[in-house]
Design a protein around this ligand. Structure first.
Ligand SMILES: [Zn+2]
Length: 113
């Protein structure tokens, strides 16, 4: 399950960013072609965040659909897999979106001074 390693990375990055403040919400963008399962990330997140500044934080996952452009005719095609075939018969596709994994937003609790 490579989601565990990915989640540990995310937790490490967010922890560093938070600098000791409590994190309330993390928004992730996960491409549908990235072979990362959002459910698995959610599951690992709940485990990895125990006893960290992320404990109890909400994890929001935005799934980015796979989009590619045909190298032959320039048509844009939505993909469920990282490969496909265009209406023109070409299999030469340039992936535009769908492979991303990024932290889009980190919401940190405001400290009252
Ligand atoms: Zn085409």
């Amino acid at each position: 399950m490579h989601e565990l390693g990915i989640t540990q990375n995310i937790v490490a990055i967010v922890t560093e960013h938070a600098q000791g403040s409590k994190v309330q919400r993390v928004v992730l963008e996960i491409g549908k072609l990235s072979a990362i399962l959002p459910d698995a990330i959610q599951f690992c997140f709940d485990i990895c965040t125990q006893n960290t500044v992320l404990a109890g934080a909400t994890l929001e996952i935005i799934e980015i659909p796979g989009l590619a452009r045909c190298c032959q005719c320039g048509a844009e095609i939505y993909l469920d897999k990282p490969f496909g075939i265009c209406n023109c018969g070409s299999v030469e596709l340039d992936l535009i979106t769908g492979e991303e994994l990024k932290i889009k937003e980190i919401e940190i609790e405001e400290l009252c001074v």
